[in-house]
Design a protein around this ligand. Structure first.
Ligand code: ADP
Ligand code: MG
Length: 554
């Protein structure tokens, strides 16, 4: 078909939509101009148009790699409805159909061809393509190329050859799930050139995020539910036993609640799920097993009774609230005492490498619970989406902690990260800043760095909070796959060069009142003077993560 004048024309005349969603137009333009792109957008975000429209605007056929034959068929059918010449080439085709598709391909009749990776990456097929004008390559579900992702597919690995074989053809990788490490890995494996990275659509502004100190969790849950006597919601707990207990106690207190976990019979599980969908059960108390395929629009709240194992699951689980776009709540009950349980769950399974990464992810999750500024900024930042301003709809935005001018401290921390070669984690950076005299620092010669001891005025906890906020605000990145090593981001530059100032929050961590000190009723305690004992668990975890950090020899 002949392409109309602008991408917007195409969006309207071919696809029948009025306007682009955020970044769609930029991505389309980038590809039309011949550049590579990496797109991270949630499911339903509108990734397909990002390659479909440029395929119509560039000469030649757009080749789309997709792992799922059923999805290919849906897309091809939908495109044909809109008058786009699309076809799929995969194992469901009979010999005659396959020949027809190839004939149309060679005749230059196709705008888009969907191919399974194992079909595409045969020498014979690649030879064919090299004789034809190709508009672009789109790699859908691109996380399948990375072992860091959750759905690694060996047949995706070969796609790394495309970039070299077709140097003039733009390449776009798209996925709905990839943390920073997976993303970096995908880009490297596919060999994307100066890829522009687009991350968008993850924000769920209608969900109000809050974290409260976990003291008497059941009473806290009851208080929370009492304020919402008719609303439906999910309570996530870490163990089956706890799920059963909480559900039982809720029923005892007159709340229509049901338990859901993988230990229940299939029949019981689907019964609970159905009842929840039909609004016959108000609260489902569940392990992580609950959620896949739950599409209930009016879930008004998600409570985390225990600390989730990582930010990915936390965000996914809280994202089940408020699908209808109406106000919803995500409440996390957080206590340092939960860390051992999460840790033992992690340590009970997987290979050592996986366990190591999972522990780092747990640490990042604790960082969200300890966040000093906008919770949503910290959460979205983890996925690489930046929010310029606080969200106005989380506990920290609604009840902001005290702030201070942290420009100098931030510069000290950032230069220290730089001085240690961006190859160390938080613990070591703090040790250098505070001028600690430990063996490792001496061995590395880090006691001779200009940043050694420049931060002795703050406690280790206070530095922890400054560095965490720098991570959450996007000045520093923590490489989870690589021993949580801290790295500067481009945003750190103006701050380091003294062109920017920075206001940070005075840390406010809500901690459970220790048993031996019955006088204190919990509440808000500045971290800098926080009760030592309460941080022990976290310290132990962080120490362990720091100790295992292998230092490459200079
Ligand atoms: P993804 O691949 O990211 O999961 P899709 O590309 O399948 O998402 O798009 C999800 C839905 O959003 C589709 O129904 C699609 O037609 C619709 N959509 C995408 N972009 C727009 C837009 N700019 N305006 C309106 N609807 C859109
Ligand atoms: Mg898609």
């Amino acid at each position: 078909m002949t392409a109309p004048r602008t991408p917007l024309d195409t969006l309207r005349t071919v696809f029948g939509y009025r306007s682009f969603r955020p970044f769609q137009e930029e991505i389309v333009t980038r590809l039309i101009d011949g550049g590579d792109a990496f797109v991270l957008m949630p499911t339903g975000g509108g990734k397909s148009l990002c390659y479909q429209i440029p395929a119509l605007h560039r000469p030649g056929v757009g080749i789309v790699v997709s792992p799922l034959i059923s999805l290919m068929k849906d897309q091809v059918d939908a495109l044909r409805e809109n008058g786009v010449a699309a076809a799929a080439y995969n194992s469901t085709l009979g010999e005659r159909e396959a020949r027809q598709v190839l004939a149309r391909l060679h005749a230059g009749e196709l705008d888009l061809l969907y191919v399974a990776p194992e079909r595409l990456m045969t020498d014979a097929f690649l030879e064919r393509l090299r004789e034809l004008p190709i508009a672009l390559f789109a790699i859908d579900e691109a996380h399948c190329v990375s072992q860091w992702g959750h759905d690694f597919r060996p047949e995706y690995v070969g796609l790394g050859r495309l970039r070299g074989l077709f140097p003039g053809v733009p390449l776009i990788a798209l996925t709905a799930t990839a943390d920073v490490q997976t993303r970096t890995d995908i880009i490297a494996r596919l060999g994307l050139r100066d890829a522009e990275i687009y991350v968008t659509g993850f924000d769920r502004p209608n969900i109000r995020y809050s974290v409260v100190e976990k003291r008497k969790p059941f009473n806290q849950l009851m208080d929370f539910l009492a304020g919402r006597p008719t609303e439906a919601g999910i309570v996530y707990a870490l163990s089956r036993k706890r799920v059963e207990e909480v559900a039982e106690k809720l029923r005892g207190a007159g709340v229509e609640a049901a338990a859901y976990h993988a230990g229940l019979a299939d029949g019981e599980r689907s019964r609970v799920q159905e009842a929840f969908l039909r609004d016959d059960v108000r609260v489902v108390v569940a392990t992580v097993a609950f959620g896949m395929g739950i599409d209930k629009p009016n879930v008004r709240f998600v409570v985390h009774y225990d600390l989730p194992k990582n930010i990915e699951s936390y965000y996914q689980e809280t994202g089940r609230a408020g699908r209808d776009g109406l106000p919803a709540e995500a409440l996390l009950l957080f206590g340092y005492g939960d860390i051992p349980l999460s840790r033992s769950l992690i340590e009970s399974g997987g290979n050592p490498e996986q366990i190591r990464i999972e522990l780092h992810k747990l640490n990042a999750m604790v960082g969200i619970a300890e966040a000093g500024t906008c919770r949503r900024q910290a959460l979205l930042g983890y996925f690489g989406e930046r929010l310029a301003e606080g969200c106005g709809n989380c506990d920290l935005c609604l009840d902001p902690p005290e702030t201070f001018d942290a420009t100098e401290d931030a510069r000290k921390a950032l230069s220290c990260v730089y001085r240690v070669g961006q190859r160390f984690g938080v613990g070591h950076v703090i040790d250098v800043l505070r001028g600690s005299r430990n063996e490792r620092i001496r061995q590395l010669g880090h006691d001779r760095l200009s940043t050694y001891g420049i931060g002795a005025h703050l406690s280790a906890e206070a530095w922890g909070s400054v560095i965490r906020q720098l991570i959450h605000r996007g000045y520093l990145e923590q490489d989870m796959a690589n021993y949580s090593v801290l790295k500067l981001t481009p945003a750190a530059r103006p701050l380091l060069k003294g062109e920017e100032s920075l206001i940070l929050a005075r840390p406010r961590v809500k901690v459970a009142a220790p048993k031996k000190e019955p006088k204190r009723r919990g509440g808000t305690v500045p971290l800098a003077e926080g009760d030592e004992g309460l941080f022990q668990e976290l310290r132990a975890l962080r120490k362990r993560l720091a100790d295992e950090q292998q230092v490459p020899p200079y």
